[in-house]
Design a protein around this ligand. Structure first.
Ligand code: ADP
Length: 152
């Protein structure tokens, strides 16, 4: 069974994440979308809200699981029989950042990181830009899947 994890903060899920998940799930038997809990980070959306946005985006795909986790991604992988880490690459800055993490993870555990290039149409989107638009009451709906709607 080829099991992969797509780790991130997903604060909130964006159309860019959605694209990577939709394409990534075809490569594996199971894709675990794992929301990292980092107590030193301040989030706009609670863990439960971030989880619900993702679950509502992929309601009928039995290959996709959504979980939350604390600690090192490689530890989660080893505890849950996960062999692959899936990450998205938008630009050279992502590449440099991801390269360091992937090499470190390889030093820590025999887990392969698989990179997918983002779709051109979503490569400019980041959760931090979405949060900024939301904060200033802009129309964020073009940047996120339909499941990400704020209660007003
Ligand atoms: P992190 O806190 O780890 O940066 P994110 O939720 O921002 O978590 O991102 C998780 C993963 O999704 C990363 O691999 C990131 O490169 C990828 N990603 C983020 N935005 C996009 C996008 N617009 N298109 C494709 N992949 C993206």
């Amino acid at each position: 069974m080829k099991r992969a994890i797509f780790p991130g903060s997903f604060d909130p899920l964006t159309s860019g994440h959605h694209d990577i998940i939709t394409r990534g799930v075809k490569l594996f038997d199971e894709l675990i979308i794992a929301i990292g809990e980092n107590s030193s980070k301040k989030y706009m959306f609670s863990l439960e809200e971030r989880k619900q946005f993702i679950e509502a985006s992929f309601p009928n795909d039995s290959k996709i699981k959504v979980v939350t986790y604390k600690g090192l991604t490689v530890d989660f992988c080893q505890e849950n029989d996960v062999e692959f880490i899936l990450r998205g690459l938008r630009n050279p800055a992502d590449f440099e950042f991801e390269k360091a993490i992937a090499h470190t993870n390889r030093d820590l555990a025999p887990i392969e990181t698989v990179f997918l290039l983002t779709a051109a149409s979503t490569s400019y989107i980041s959760s931090s830009i979405v949060r900024e638009v939301i904060l200033h009451d802009g129309d964020y709906t073009k940047l996120v899947p339909k499941s990400v709607r704020l209660k007003k």
